[in-house]
Design a binder for this molecule. Structure first.
Ligand code: ARG
Length: 239
């Protein structure tokens, strides 16, 4: 996991020694201006614990060329130097074509806010287990929201873009502001190995609202773009 400030506070996942996967809205404002981080932090769970924390310099940031929030909300940060993997900094696998089936329990994580209304990051990395849900749950939830902006998001979800709907049907669990760009990690059917299935994109405000789950960029739909953009191949990917 990495932490950085771009458009807001965001997270990202290490996918190779030189590449971080994150959300495009973390590095582009809604009007399309660049807000590239110069540095990201890795190797810590507690943001202030410097024992194993490393500052990684960003060489370039690449948002998906068809990004227009919330569509194609995915981006790559290319690092100046290679990460030396250790116990604290290591990659998460890409989906390798796998998409979590509905009802799979996955883990969303990040340093985003943990109490609605308290607009401060949590110092210690949080995680929450949520289920991948039928997209209809999100379509229904957003279309029936109070706010016009949420209903607009519902209309976009109806076009079945590459997004995952994930949450907790009792809706006590959700990612939240500041978790953007962080991974939704799921386990493979066969090996149980972890992979980055989603990237935190958007959700209701306040978070964890009944009937309105979070929405995650569906990474498997962008795997070819990721390979083409990073130069990482099926042969050279770390895991
Ligand atoms: N765009 C948000 C961010 O700033 C992600 C919000 C996720 N919200 C949610 N209720 N799941 O970090």
């Amino acid at each position: 996991m990495v932490f950085f400030s771009g458009v807001g506070v965001c997270g990202g996942a290490i996918i190779s020694k030189k590449h971080i996967l994150t959300a495009a809205h973390c590095i582009r404002t809604n009007s399309g201006e660049r807000k590239d981080p110069a540095i990201v932090y890795a190797g810590m769970a507690d943001l202030y614990d410097t024992a194993n924390r490393k500052q990684l310099k960003v060489a370039s940031s690449i948002a998906h060329p068809q990004y227009q929030f919330p569509k194609n909300d995915i981006a790559i940060l290319e690092l100046e130097a290679e990460i030396q993997y250790n116990l604290y900094m290591r990659p998460i696998c890409l989906p390798h074509g796998e998409k979590p089936s509905y009802d799979t329990t996955c883990i969303a994580m990040g340093w985003g806010i943990s109490v609605n209304g308290v607009n401060a990051v949590t110092n210690v990395l949080q995680n929450v287990d949520i289920k991948v849900l039928d997209p209809d749950v999100c379509i229904h939830g957003y279309l029936n929201s109070q706010s016009k902006s949420s209903r607009d998001l519902g209309a976009i979800l109806q076009t079945r873009p590459a997004m995952l709907c994930a949450g907790d049907l009792k809706n006590e669990k959700d990612s939240c502001t500041g978790d953007s760009g962080s991974p939704l990690a799921c386990q493979r059917c066969d090996s149980c190995g972890w992979f980055v299935a989603g990237v935190v994109s958007f959700g209701p405000t306040p978070c964890a609202i009944k009937g309105v789950p979070g929405v995650y960029t569906d990474v498997v739909g962008y795997e070819d773009w990721i390979y083409a953009t990073t130069g990482v191949t099926k042969e050279t990917r770390g895991c």
